[in-house]
Design a protein around this ligand. Structure first.
Ligand SMILES: [Zn+2]
Length: 204
């Protein structure tokens, strides 16, 4: 039986809950997942929801999905969303770091998913956009550079070398309804892309 990587095992000791060896042995890159904004910063507000509330639930559901598949870190325990400084520093210490947000715009018809990152992360960004777009049935706005977003959390990109995923527009009632209807499928689609990105020999 293949041994679990001692480096990964030690690194993620606190998060290693039921990681099966058959997956962990294939993991070649470290992974960090983060909920945008924080317990003190609600982010954008739309249709009665705050961005922080939505992305925290998404991160926790994604953590549940990933827990028996790969080692990973995250920006807080269940129900806890640590501030940007912590998230950006953690992101910088990992090979692949992804932070989830919702987009917002003055027009309620603005729709779709996009990612913001440095250019070398565009392939994973585009894969995540395609997965989310098809799962939610919303537009695929694609992978973009760090200057494209309306967000101020760009330290996650510049200092953390991470990818910001704008899941959908919180200001669009249709985007929001589709998200709530398909959240579990969306978690699985994103999770499968991330597993594929940090492991060898797996296709999403
Ligand atoms: Zn945000």
């Amino acid at each position: 039986m293949a041994a679990t990587s001692p480096t990964l095992s030690a690194r993620y000791g606190g998060y290693r809950v039921n990681a099966p060896i058959k997956y962990a042995a294939l993991q070649t890159q470290t992974l960090f997942i983060s909920a945008g904004h924080s317990d003190k910063d609600p982010g954008a507000v739309g249709n009665g929801y705050t961005e922080a509330q939505i992305v925290l639930e998404f991160r926790d559901k994604l953590a549940d999905y990933l827990r028996d598949k790969v080692f990973f870190g995250k920006d807080g325990q269940r129900g806890e969303n640590l501030p940007l400084t912590v998230a950006a520093n953690e992101a910088a210490a990992h090979d692949v770091a992804v932070e989830f947000h919702c987009n917002a715009f003055s027009s309620p018809t603005a729709t779709g998913v996009e990612t913001l990152s440095a250019g070398h992360h565009y392939p994973l960004g585009n894969a995540l956009c395609a997965a989310i777009s098809s799962t939610l049935g919303i537009a695929n706005r694609g992978a973009k550079g760090e200057a494209s977003g309306q967000h101020s959390r760009l330290a996650f990109i510049n200092r953390g070398n991470g990818i910001i995923v704008e899941l959908f527009f919180i200001t669009n009632p249709s985007d929001l309804a589709s998200y709530f209807e398909n959240i579990d499928a969306c978690v699985k689609a994103v999770g499968d892309e991330l597993v594929s990105a940090v492991c060898v020999g797996l296709a999403a």
